[in-house]
Write a protein that binds this ligand. Sequence first.
Ligand SMILES: Cc1cc2nc3c(=O)[nH]c(=O)nc-3n(C[C@H](O)[C@H](O)[C@H](O)COP(=O)(O)OP(=O)(O)OC[C@H]3O[C@@H](n4cnc5c(N)ncnc54)[C@H](O)[C@@H]3O)c2cc1C
Length: 413
Amino acid sequence: MSTFVIIGAGLAGAKAAETLREEGFGGKIVLIGAEGERPYERPPLSKGYLQGATDLEKVYVHESGWYAAHDVDLRLGTTATGIDPRGHLVHLDKGESQPYDKLLIATGATPRPLAVDGGDLEGVHYLRTVADSKALREAFAGGGRVVVVGAGWIGLETAAAARQAGCEVTVVAPGPAPLHRTLGTEVGEIFAAVHRAHGVEFRLGTSVSVLRGRSGVSEVVTTAGEVLPADHVVAGIGATPNVELGRSAGLEVADGIVVDASLRTSDPDIYAAGDVAEADNPLLGRRIRVEHWANALNGGPAAARAMLGQEVVYDRVPYFYTDQFDLGMEFSGDLSGHDKVVFRGDPALKDGAIPGFLVFWVTNDGRVLAGMNVNIWDVTDKIQALVRAGQAGGAVDLGRLADPEIPLSDLLG
Ligand SMILES: Cc1cc2nc3c(=O)[nH]c(=O)nc-3n(C[C@H](O)[C@H](O)[C@H](O)COP(=O)(O)OP(=O)(O)OC[C@H]3O[C@@H](n4cnc5c(N)ncnc54)[C@H](O)[C@@H]3O)c2cc1C
């Protein structure tokens, strides 16, 4: 009987285990997770769960009995410390070694630390795990002043949750606008407007030089020299993929563990999926590492099918979503190489509320590389069809793209 081992009991790992059983794999499945919690989804940790609106039970990938019922040997609180590719062994922190026939690495990522003086003071938070979210929820419940460092997804979602809990919130970030590296300045400004309308303050074009405090953090000093009083600091300054196991096993590692379009690493019996994997995406014609929920949700199953010897080409359109105050959005595609942004609908706030609109990142010759729907739903398939066509070289008329009266499905000749 063959043994498939999965390192990392997050969304990618859990969905891979599920797919193996769904596809009829009758061998042994060992799912190894460093955390004490069974696999869960992280998006609610900066939204509903953080705000107290979503129960813990709702964040888990499977019901507690699922693993035993499907004969998945779930080993929680267990860290893989090394891989021996020649011996086909995974070494565990408890001293054992677990043999494998095929191995999936789905170890996710770790928040980047705030490497400034005072970065280790009490009251400085990160957000990755259920425990982190619980601690933040308790911190926000007391009100007070929250300084969020970083204006990416985690920073902005946390800022919204803190504000909704009644805290005074200031976001400090080096870029000219929130999310400017992901969405560009023009679209980032829209997110800033939404946050400002709800009372969030920004200090942009500056970073943190030092955190000060006695028993816990009480002040954030920016590189511009401003001193911001703070009861709590949340660092949302990105995450680093957990590639160490892959690197020490001699696998090819770049920004993440390098895998081909079937999510196979440079070792034919080892695969990688989720945040940790840098995968060849045939749609985009290059390797990308995607730190988003949908990539774990779909990548885990794709890797599982490849482990079973099925033909797999993982070429999904990168997708992510966010919810902040009254703004809900989905983004599809990859905007690198775009020339300009085309709006379909007016993104300006009306009476402080964000309207519904679409925005596309396009080339001058009319190729749609990425698209985003804000407060408009059930259009992702159509947007992704435009992105697929655009990434493959197909062009649309940009005037018609900007016209909300013309159905999206009519744009592709
Ligand atoms: C707070 C938060 C909010 C988010 N919100 C959104 C959102 O709104 N939309 C969106 O698209 N994406 C969102 N994301 C991103 C999304 O959650 C991640 O892309 C997804 O969780 C990645 O899943 P994964 O299985 O690859 O990794 P993870 O979920 O990180 O799971 C990896 C697991 O592996 C374990 N592990 C690591 N090393 C070892 C080892 N050596 N041995 C054993 N176990 C190990 C880790 O402890 C972890 O439990 C959010 C992320 C966070 C943190």
